[in-house]
Write a protein that binds this ligand. Structure first.
Ligand SMILES: [Mn+2]
Length: 330
């Protein structure tokens, strides 16, 4: 599908009201793409009224972007009144939560614009669809629509597209040269990249900062061969505190939260540690530690958690033993 197919379809059904829907907890890509598309359609078909909505509202991060993008999401979109419905960044209709059945039951054309592998059920429902897996983001597809129609975007549309691309490529780590050329064009259109990227991180709450600082102040360090294991305890934000210890320089961080007898343990390790030792936090530490604490544990290679009963001193000793045993025999 191309943008011309979309406008032709809107003309065919004589559309006067078009609804743009984003998936639940809409991320910056969905929000940016919906806003930029609404601006493009306004230029191409000025008489069409457009509303944008996100199932269950936008994500916390997207809410921050909405403070700089000049549009409002409709809280109760009149789905039944739409002459056409466009789904953005939405792979399956279930991602529309409570609105899914109403959209499914609608007799009007449904247009899907997405960059994930297309889902058969969604394809069946769609009158028109793009599911371009080569695109970094839905925003990249919308950028191409602007190019295809020879419509130059303003600074604010460029910013919306930039934010969506930056978010979906994890700040361009996943971007290829095509995407980076688009990004350069958006910056040429007036986007201040540094200011825009700052919008993509949420300010840390004071309580979280204090938890991280306390955890580092209380940290006990143990050397296991060439590796540094950091152990600490804090009342809240254990996972964040463990990440903080890793960024300070430990290879393995274990942060315990204790409430009466109950223990909650968050663990993180550095990639370097995992690749050199093969020590899998979920399998080799969280699981046996959870059993030792008469609770449960598990997780991924460099990020895991456990809970149970006991005290943090015992937990500390056990952890060091588990790491020593495994690294020696492994
Ligand atoms: Mn996306």
């Amino acid at each position: 599908m191309q943008i011309q197919d979309l406008t032709a379809l809107l003309d065919k059904v004589n559309a006067r009201f078009v609804l743009l829907l984003c998936h639940h907890n809409a991320d910056p890509d969905a929000i940016g793409a919906a806003f930029a598309l609404s601006r493009l359609l306004e230029r191409l078909r000025p008489r069409i009224r457009i509303e944008i909505a996100a199932a269950e509202g936008p994500s916390r991060l997207s809410r921050q972007l909405l403070t700089v993008l000049p549009f409002k999401l409709s809280l109760y979109p009149p789905i039944e009144n739409a002459d056409a419905i466009v789904l953005l960044d939405t792979n399956t209709i279930q991602q529309l939560d409570d609105w899914a059945d109403r959209v499914k039951g609608s007799a009007v054309p449904i247009i899907v614009i997405d960059h994930h592998a297309s889902h058969p059920e969604t394809e069946k429902l769609a009158t028109l669809s793009v599911s371009d897996e080569n695109a970094s983001s839905t925003c990249e597809i919308i950028y191409r629509f602007f190019m295809d129609m020879n419509v130059r975007f303003g600074e604010v549309e460029a910013k919306a597209l930039f934010l969506g691309i930056a978010f979906d490529t994890r700040h361009f780590i996943l971007a290829n040269s095509t995407t980076l050329k688009i990004v350069a064009d958006l910056i040429d259109a007036g986007v201040n990249a540094r200011e825009a990227l700052a919008l993509l991180s949420l300010p840390m709450q004071t309580s979280e900062r204090i938890a991280r600082l306390k955890a580092s102040k209380r940290a006990r360090l143990v050397r296991v061969g060439e590796w540094i294991v950091g152990f600490s305890h804090v009342g809240a934000f254990q996972a964040s505190a463990a990440r903080a210890l890793i960024s300070l320089g430990v290879h393995v961080a274990i942060v315990v939260g204790q409430k009466n007898e109950r223990l909650k343990v968050s663990m993180r390790s550095s990639q370097v540690f995992y690749h050199a030792t093969g020590f899998h936090l979920g399998r080799d530490l969280a699981k046996p530690l959870g059993e030792y604490l008469r609770g449960m544990g598990g997780g991924h290679a460099v990020s895991a958690g456990a809970n149970g009963v006991g005290d943090w001193e015992a937990c500390f000793k056990r952890t060091v033993r588990l790491i020593k045993e495994k690294i020696k025999t492994g």
